[in-house]
Design a binder for this molecule. Structure first.
Ligand code: IPM
Ligand code: MG
Length: 370
């Protein structure tokens, strides 16, 4: 297959994790005879510094033309610590999501067996956890009317949802549940919020079209607790933009590190693939960041383009290195690798795509590095 990918490294550790992701995609191309053309574009603080805007028009155009978008991370502390900043890097990502109509953000959460012992959660509670969060991405409080009073003493953000916005993300989530364990949980705050009541009403009405899916409803405060106490109860979660943002960071504790969770944003135009973590500016340029979330986002990207086997090879390579106790420092590995060493190792395993043969190679490569 020949595909055009728009690559947006972004800020902080974004460029270095994306570099590893591209090594792995190149390895897939080599192994499976595909050809990936990359077009690089700017977004975030890096774009503000170059062009005065976090989302240049040229970036939107490049994204629309591409078959998929591969994105690193966004954010820079120089804006976080300035409440009066007129432009912020994050506005670029929000505007891109909106302009591409990326209303569905899909965040799979898997507990890797080799990571269980490093989790602050009890091993028996997280072993076998496998759920996916469907987060609404272009509505709610992120995009409602907002403002600050002239005297600066009050401010507001509005949360608003239409039935149509709820239906389209709920439809994706129902369909996903049908292909999995057939359980859908809507996380909301329907005991307080009018928008949450509309979510419940809409999801309940839609459930008659999916009789094989068992639907449950959970308040977000309870869900935050349940996710830590008994995460195995979840299969597919559907929720609004802000609740999804919060619970997906919480869910990363189950996987063992923020650096392991990929995501796909889908909607009306080109889909976008990015790790769920932020730009981790303290680590930028140090070659210590964990590139696995980005590499697994690459697997989701390939899957979306119909390359299932290729995606599976990437996932198997990741599982293999984790099983061998190899990883970046956040994973408390037996053998600590840098970000670029992880990229090289995973790319070499993927290029051969023969995981058994590779296990010797893996040991060779370990022994040359330690
Ligand atoms: C995420 C991030 C973004 C969000 C930020 C960077 C705007 O936290 O993708 O989860 O809040 O959506
Ligand atoms: Mg977030």
């Amino acid at each position: 297959m020949k595909k055009n990918l728009c690559v947006i490294p972004g800020d902080g550790i974004g460029p270095e994790v994306i570099e590893q992701g591209l090594k792995v995609l190149d390895a897939v191309a080599e192994r499976f005879n595909h050809s990936f053309d990359y077009c690089h574009a700017d977004m975030g603080a890096v774009a503000i510094d170059k062009f005065g805007t976090p989302l240049p028009e040229a970036t939107i155009e490049a994204c629309i033309k591409a078959d998929a978008i591969y994105f690193g991370a966004i954010g820079d502390p120089k804006y976080d610590n300035d409440p009066n900043a007129k432009v912020r890097p994050e506005q670029g990502l929000l505007a891109l999501r909106k302009s591409l109509g990326l209303y569905g953000n899909i965040r799979p959460v898997t507990a890797y067996s080799s990571m269980l012992k490093h989790s602050p959660l009890r091993e028996e509670n997280i072993e076998g956890v496998d759920f996916v969060i469907y987060r609404e991405l272009t509505g709610g409080i992120y995009f409602g009317e907002k403002g600050k009073s002239e005297d600066g003493l009050s401010a507001f953000d509005t949360c608003s949802y239409s039935v149509g916005e709820i239906e389209r993300i709920a439809k994706l989530a129902f369909k996903a549940a049908q292909g999995r364990r057939k359980k859908l949980t809507l996380i909301d705050k329907a005991n307080v919020l009018e928008t949450s009541r509309l979510w419940r009403e809409t999801v309940r009405r839609m459930s008659s079209d999916y009789p094989d899916v068992e639907v449950s409803f959970m308040f977000v405060d309870n869900a935050a607790m349940q996710m830590i106490l008994y995460p195995k109860q979840f299969d597919v979660i559907v929720t609004s933009n802000m609740f999804g943002d919060i619970i997906s960071d919480e869910a990363s504790v189950i996987a063992g590190s923020m650096g392991l969770l990929p995501s796909a944003s889908v909607g009306e135009k080109t889909s976008l693939f990015e790790p769920i973590h932020g730009s981790y500016p303290q680590a930028a340029g140090m070659d210590t960041a964990n590139p696995i979330a980005t590499i697994l986002s690459g697997a989701l990207l390939l899957e979306s383009l119909g390359m299932q086997e290729e995606a599976n090879v990437i996932r198997a390579a990741v599982a293999k290195t984790l099983d061998e106790g190899i990883g970046t420092h956040d994973l408390h590995p037996k053998i600590e690798y840098t970000c670029s060493q992880m990229g090289d190792l995973l790319a070499s395993i993927v290029a051969e795509a023969d995981l058994d043969v590779q296990s010797d190679k893996l040991e060779d490569s370990v022994s040359t590095i330690i």
